[in-house]
Each structure stands twice: as C-alpha cells, then as structure tokens.
Design a protein around this ligand. Sequence first.
Ligand code: FES
Ligand code: FES
Length: 151
Amino acid sequence: MQLDDLYRQVIMDHYQHPRNRGTLDESAISVDLRNPSCGDEIHLQLLVEGGVVKDVRFLGSGCSISMASASMMTEAIKGKPIEEAVELAHSFRAMMRGEDVDLEHMGELEALQGVSKFPARIKCATLAWQALERAASVPHGEHVEEETFGE
Ligand code: FES
Ligand code: FES
C-alpha cells in the first residue's frame, strides 16, 4: 500500500468516525472558530483540571480535512498537560507551513502533512488547532466566537 493511500485512509476513518464528537457542559471552555474562506465552523470545548486536558469535545460541519483534523487533535491532546497540547498545536501549524517538524512526535497527525502542499486547504487542517490555541488562553466558563487568523 502506498503511503498516500494509508494517509487517506486515516483521514477518511476520522472523518467518518469522528472521535470525541459532542459537547461538554457549560463549565467547559468553549470556542467557536470560523474558517472565513468557506464559512465552516468548529465548536470546541475543553475541560482543563490541574493543568491537564481532562476532556475535550467538538462539533462542526466542514470538509473531510477539517473534521478529520479536529478528531485527531482531540485524541492527541486528551490527558496531556495543556502546555504540551499547545506545543503540539504550534508543531502542527509549523508542519502546515511546510517547516521541518519531528514527525515522531506527530504520531497519526503525520497523515495530514500532505495538506501543506495545498495552500487553499491549510486553513481546513488548522481550524481545530487554532481553536485549541484560543481555548488555552481563556478561562473556564468563557465562550469565544472568532474567525481564524493566519495559517
Ligand atoms: Fe476550500 Fe477549505 S477553504 S477546501
Ligand atoms: Fe471549510 Fe475545509 S472547506 S473547513
């Protein structure tokens, strides 16, 4: 099997069977982020306790890349210290800018690396990660609604 086919399978699996799809109660941090290029939105909720991501959920409608990226992101950060989750977001966004990143730390997220070659799709892949970065900067119980910034 070609590596590209494997990557495609990973992306389609997350798109068709999204992990951590749903909502948390109002005490969670909530971020709604919109991709201005297509209007798609993600609703991300985080529950951080003792500096650790205890729980995370997302809702949204969007293309396969945006939804797969969100699903993979939730799996990658659950149980991690919030600082590590934010570092991973920075690495993911660096990967989307085509920069060299340590793929060993990216795990399954490597499947999205190829998106960096398609500038129009980069915001699709980074939508959830930008929401995560935003969520890390606001207190619990707060609800933020914004548009994506940069890539
Ligand atoms: Fe066109 Fe995402 S904005 S594919
Ligand atoms: Fe809208 Fe991909 S086309 S997020």
